[in-house]
Design a protein around this ligand. Structure first.
Ligand code: SAM
Length: 294
């Protein structure tokens, strides 16, 4: 993968091995990002086409500006939309069945590092956290306008944060003095209640919770998973990469419960030590594969 690619695709070989059951036809990349996975597959399989989703317009811009992606652009259809709307988009494109679906959930390294996006607690960025910049609700709105009870619920439900109550109370106390505008401001408030233990920043879980809430990540994931039995061809597969237990639980449960799907890997697939050394982001990745059987 060359330096043009900011995002090093996670478990790309494993995805290739498990996802590709046919070397032609339509595949869907639900989370195009910097296009790392898509490009790998398009370069290897010359007869496949990819329907690429990303709700972040920056991803579309990178697609338009990246020379390697431009070389295969005739085999990519970009849908700037939430992947929860996958069925409607395929319908519009007149595609009834696909040969495989990939999702590499969460935010990209590019989004995390972008100073204007507000995803990282180590920054003076505005508390934004929207993947889709056209969406109204930001993390700033949630932190500055939601009730103590609602914030506590978000931190507990989406961050599994055991200090949810204390952190929510502190936020409500502090915001009376003036709105909480930046990631650093919020991090400092959290650190007044929760002290660092080891290497993990005390704000990690609250930031995760806000991001999941603002982007309705779990709702979008569930909607997309529910569509899978209707859009996969018989024998085709879905490969989902998750990065925290809340997502992984939903994927595992849905693959078991949804009609016509069979889990391919009984044991979840994780990155090799070698990959983790090169790409630390892959450390928490879990890959699950399901096949459409009937
Ligand atoms: C981890 S990155 C994917 C990186 C990509 N696999 C690559 O190799 O470059 C996740 C991407 O999915 C997008 N995304 C996350 N949730 C989404 C959703 N519900 N609908 C559409 N795009 C989403 C994010 O904006 C981000 O660009």
């Amino acid at each position: 993968m060359d330096n043009n690619f900011y995002h090093q695709p996670v478990m790309v070989k494993e995805i290739d091995q498990y996802l590709i059951t046919k070397d032609s036809g339509y595949y869907v990349d639900c989370t195009f990002g910097g296009g790392g996975h898509s490009l790998y597959l398009l370069n290897k399989y010359k007869d496949i086409k990819i329907i690429a989703f990303d709700q972040d317009s920056d991803s579309l811009q990178r697609f338009n500006e990246n020379s390697q992606l431009q070389k295969v652009k005739d085999r990519i259809v970009f849908c700037h939309d939430n992947f929860r709307n996958i069925k409607a988009n395929l319908y519009k494109l007149n595609i009834s069945k696909i040969n495989g679906l990939l999702a590499d959930l969460g935010v990209s390294s590019k989004q995390l590092d972008d100073k204007s996006r507000g995803f990282s607690f180590n920054s003076d960025d505005f508390l934004d956290m929207r993947m889709n910049k056209e969406q109204k609700l930001t993390a700033y709105d949630a932190v500055n306008t939601f009730s103590k009870e609602k914030l506590e619920d978000i931190f507990f439900k989406y961050g599994e944060e055991s200090f949810s109550k204390q952190i929510a109370a502190k936020i409500v106390e502090e915001r009376v003095k003036g709105n909480i505008k930046t990631c650093n401001q919020l991090k400092d408030i959290i650190c007044k209640v929760k002290y660092a233990k080891g290497k993990i920043n005390p704000a990690t879980k609250v930031f995760q919770a806000l991001r999941i809430f603002v982007n309705d990540e779990l709702g979008s994931l569930q909607d997309m998973l529910n569509s899978i039995p209707d859009i996969l061809d018989i024998g085709a597969r879905a490969a989902i990469l998750t990065y925290h237990s809340l997502e992984d639980r939903i994927v595992k449960h849905s693959f078991k419960e949804l009609n016509g799907l069979k889990t391919v890997n009984k044991k979840v697939i994780v990155s090799t030590d070698e990959e983790i050394k090169i790409n630390p982001r892959s450390r928490s990745a879990k890959l699950r594969i399901a096949e459409k059987t009937l």
